[in-house]
Each structure stands twice: as structure tokens, then as C-alpha cells.
Design a protein around this ligand. Sequence first.
Ligand SMILES: Cc1cc2nc3c(=O)[nH]c(=O)nc-3n(C[C@H](O)[C@H](O)[C@H](O)COP(=O)(O)OP(=O)(O)OC[C@H]3O[C@@H](n4cnc5c(N)ncnc54)[C@H](O)[C@@H]3O)c2cc1C
Length: 470
Amino acid sequence: MNIDLKQLTKDLAEMVGKENVFSDRPTALAYAKDTMPWDVEDHHIPYAVVRPADSREVSAVLAYASGRKIPVHTHGSGTSLVGLGRPKTNAIVLDTGRMQTLEIFPERGYFEVGPGMHIGKLRKALAPHNALLPIFPGSEPVATIGGSVSVNTSAHAVDASLCKPGDYVLGLEVVLPTGEILQTGTESTRKPAGIEATKFLVGSEGLLCIITKIRMRLIPRPHMANIVAYYRSTEDILDTVMAMYKQGVPTPLFFEYLDEKAGKIGFEAVGLSPPTGAVAMMSMHSATEIGCQEKARLFLEFVKKSNPIEARIVTNDAEWGKIWSSRAEAGNYVYRLGSTFGSEITPRVDKLRDAFREAKEIILNLESFQGNEFYSFGHIGAPTIHAYAFMPTKDISNEVKKAVTMEVREKTEALNVKYGGCGGEWGLTAQRAGFLTKKYGSTYVEVLVRIKKAFDPENILNRGNLEGWM
Ligand SMILES: Cc1cc2nc3c(=O)[nH]c(=O)nc-3n(C[C@H](O)[C@H](O)[C@H](O)COP(=O)(O)OP(=O)(O)OC[C@H]3O[C@@H](n4cnc5c(N)ncnc54)[C@H](O)[C@@H]3O)c2cc1C
């Protein structure tokens, strides 16, 4: 596509102010890179980056881009772990970072927030209203509410306990690719039944619209009680999760695990003695302190039946802070100290053990790279298995990085097909375009393409993500 970059920059500056348009190479490169481990290529590099202030400015940019068929890629914080954050074609990147308005209406039971506000900042702002933000990514300090609602991730939370952010979204303000501004949903706390646009647009991964405002229910913050348990092996933790669902035991809000190797690394990083075996961390929630203590007592009783080495309620906040952050430290280790290829397997809960065993075999027997290590940690109560292929070096050719990505992706997707999962956390299309056909068939994918076409006839938004381009 022939683009007059000077003219484009000038036109965009008229819409959002010249201080909010960037077409210099260093900025463009920064927006081309995401967490995916392979190098930036020419087709990822944006023509320009714009930072509009509100829906009116977003509308102007989209109407302009649609008219000229210029692709637009929406950028929250760009922390997506499955490639959603990287433009797949030269595009205008629209950064939502300036849209950070927040109005809290306790008397109406909701708040309204701009998409660019970071999760951590929003959580702090809601705390004086005793409200819980139901989204808990490891990237909390930097991930935006717009990015999180766009992939509809509750992240660490167990779905059976708290559902997904979309269940709490009452309405949206969005800008369609044509530039039209749409209000959806309700200002009541009663959500509309039946066909309704909010449901299509939450979780639409920037393919159908750009979200410029989110109206979300204020959820009373629960009391919490925390449990740590040490097991001889990760498999014993999986058995506990399977028993929890089978016996209908009320699920914790969080149920995280660290496998044997990740536990050692995480605990050492936070200054705790290395655990024997694998670690499980559970957080129980309830509306009252007494209710919470009782729930934790009962859950501990249940956990002890699964024969852990040790299991106890942790009452010391500082100790819990360390135990909890060991999980993030394990993530820091694998992502920072080498090349890491992650996967998300969300099997039927009665197949957790089989799926884990097969995932481990896949990761330890890669054809595209030999000598990698296997790590696993994450939200096992959800249930989510994150199986990581870790190479303790960054010095690997781009071709091999791509080959490993594809091998891990295809083989773990096959596990999701085999065991009834679909990926429940990180978003779908950029990494799983092929998987959708394997799991649901070509008609399903065609339906998605038709929905996209109805919203975005010129396919300008996040072009390449639904197609599965790299
Ligand atoms: C260290 C680390 C830990 C993480 N932990 C977790 C975790 O525990 N659970 C989890 O689910 N994820 C996790 N992630 C992935 C990621 O942080 C989350 O998915 C996060 O919610 C994405 O937010 P973002 O602002 O970075 O979105 P981006 O990556 O910028 O965007 C994600 C997608 O949403 C679209 N988008 C963004 N904003 C809008 C908007 N306003 N309107 C329309 N579309 C939009 C983008 O085009 C893209 O397709 C982690 C990432 C890192 C680096």
C-alpha cells in the first residue's frame, strides 16, 4: 500500500493535535514489538502512532482510515501474551493511553472508565468505595482495562467463582470502524436479556470496534483468607482440583500452583526457603469475615484429605505477600532469562491429569529445538495449565523461534481439541486462528469472518489477527 507518510502525519495531527502523533522510527519500532519472542519484521512496523483523547477523536481517525482503507491496530499496553499486541500489517497504531477518565457512581452501582486506565491504578481508585475489580492479570501495573475487557480475561480468578469481566460490564461506548459512535447496554444494574450488542463487543479483541468507555458494576469487596499447601508432585495438585469439582466443593477465588522447579525459583526470589515439591495457593472469599474463616477452615479440611506434605491457613499478610508474589517471580524468570514459549490448555476438568502429562511430554520432546526445559505454573483451579517451553538463552535464530512457537501452539491446541478446552484467558485469534477451524470447523470461522465484515467492511481493525498472520 502506497502511503504518503508526511501527509498522513499531517492529517492525523489535525485530528488529535501534533503532539499526539508519532511517525519517527524509534517510536514505530517500540509499538511493533510485543511479548512474542520473534523479531520485528518490516510488515509489523506502524506508519504512525496516534494517541486520541476521546471517542470524538477516535471517530475522526477511524472515519479517515476507513475512507482510505488504511489498517488500524488498537494498542492498550501491548502486553498480550499471544501476539494480539503486535500489528500484523503496516497500520496506524491507535494507543488508548490518553483515555483515562474515571467516574464512580456508588448511588447507581457502577463506574465508568476510559479504556486506557491501568488495572492497578483503577483498583486503587475503587478501593475507597470498597469495590472489587474482577480482573487480576500478572501484568496488573501496566495492562489496561480496555485491553482486558477486549480479551475478556479475569486472569488469575477461578471462572466458577467470579465469572468473566463481561459478566460485570453493563454497557460500552464504542467507535465502529466507520467512525460511528455507539452506546450499548444499560444504566441500570439490571443487565438486558436477549440479543444485545455489549455481549458481542466485550471480548472482541479489537476486531469489531474500539472501546472508548466501559460501564462496570461496583462489586462489594469480599473478605479473603489464604491457604498454602505443599505437595509431593504437581500431579497431586491436579488430583485435588479434580476432586474439588467432582465433589462440588465451593471453589476458591484464586487457586494457583507452581510446579516443582518453578516453586524453587519463585520462593528463592522472594526470600523464602525452597519448598519441597510443588506449591498450591488458594484464596477463599466471602462477604463476611466469619463466613470467610469458616469457608477457609472447610476448604483446608478438604485439602488435607488429598494428602499434601503440609497445608495451612496463612494469617500473616507479609508472609502471604511473599508466597503470592513467588508466582510472578517464576514468570519473570522464564520470560526474562531466556526464550520462552507459553501455552494455555484448559481441559475438561476430569481430564486435567491426562492433559498435563501430555503437555509435559510435548514440551520436553520438541522437534524444532532440543534441550529446552519444562515449567508450569498458573491458575490450575480455573482450570488452566500453562505449559512453558523454556530455553535458557536468547541467542536462537528467528526461524527457530518461529518454528518453536508454531510447534508449541499446534501441539497444545491439539490437546485443547482432544480434551474439550478452548483457551480461557489470554484471548483467541492472533494465536488460535487455525485452532478455531480444528475445533469448531470452517463454518464457525466463516461466521466470525461474516460478523467482522458486518462491523468492519474494509477489514481495517487489527487486520491479520483473525486471519492468523504472524
Ligand atoms: C507479565 C505478564 C503477566 C500477564 N498475566 C496475565 C494473566 O495472568 N492473565 C491474562 O489473561 N493475561 C495476562 N497477561 C497478558 C495481558 O497482560 C492481558 O491480556 C491484558 O489484559 C492485556 O491488556 P493490554 O492493555 O496490554 O492489551 P493489549 O495487549 O494492548 O491488547 C490486547 C487486545 O485488545 C485490543 N484492545 C486493546 N484496547 C482496546 C480497546 N480500547 N478497544 C478495542 N480493542 C482493544 C488490542 O487490539 C489487542 O487485540 C500478562 C502479560 C504479561 C506481560
